[in-house]
Ligand binder design. Sequence first.
Ligand SMILES: C[S@@+](CC[C@H](N)C(=O)[O-])C[C@H]1O[C@@H](n2cnc3c(N)ncnc32)[C@H](O)[C@@H]1O
Length: 271
Amino acid sequence: MAQYDPAVKELEELLESPDIKDVKPEVRQKLERILDMCNKRHDYADEITTPQSDILAYIHEQTTSHPWEQAYTSGKTKWNLESGMISGLVTCQFLKFVISMMQAKQVLEIGMFTGYTALAMAEALPADGEVVTCEISEYLKDMTADFFSRSQHGKKIKTYFAPAEDTLNNLIKDGRSFDVIFIDANKPGYKGYVDIILENGLLAPRGIILADNAYLSGTSYINPRTREDNVMNDFNQHIKNNPQLQQVLLPIRDGILAIRRKSDVEGQAAE
Ligand SMILES: C[S@@+](CC[C@H](N)C(=O)[O-])C[C@H]1O[C@@H](n2cnc3c(N)ncnc32)[C@H](O)[C@@H]1O
């Protein structure tokens, strides 16, 4: 199901509403066909994409079936974590593609959740590669340690349980830099994270930043009703307005904004 596409959601709502009874059968059938095409297009990408490893499928399944609501209402989690936060197969395989094509060794993730994308990225790294991942919720500590212990690639992952900004500042003090940086955490934080990254050498020469949820379920391009609605459009515009950056919005799932330094992308004039 194309769950992140607001047009699909609206079409589903329309087809389920009582008003649909008053619509001519041929129009209704056409609308059903349009919805079917949208869903098939989404499912087809999953069908054709290389399957994920068994452990990633296990993490996905465990994440989907976890009682998140109960953990929140009983006070075990401070944030309302939910299974929908996990990425999908196409995103994972795309991240692996980028990492292997770039021959990346150092990867940074902001927003680990249950470790699905962290482990996918570790799978694409050489034995001496490392994924440093930031997560604010301590509730995920034991769960992700268990998941990572089940894979030979888990040893490549170093997790920091703290607000991402604190971890970024510690990484700067340690003089670290990263070839690939995947941002998938609190949306109001994105602008600040990218600024810290670019101003303090956290992005290695020829490195790439991949920011997830660039569409934010369509709120980036549909008339914003609240400040929250505008948060990812603000971020996208912030990147667009920086003349030193080159960016491409990839329509993968909820949108991934790929960002590089223009000087790393533009070719030089021939002599
Ligand atoms: C969308 S989920 C990450 C999903 C994960 N990358 C995946 O695809 O499986 C976002 C995560 O960011 C974490 N997070 C939110 N605010 C944060 C912050 N300020 N610092 C670090 N992590 C944060 C949340 O607790 C949540 O687990």
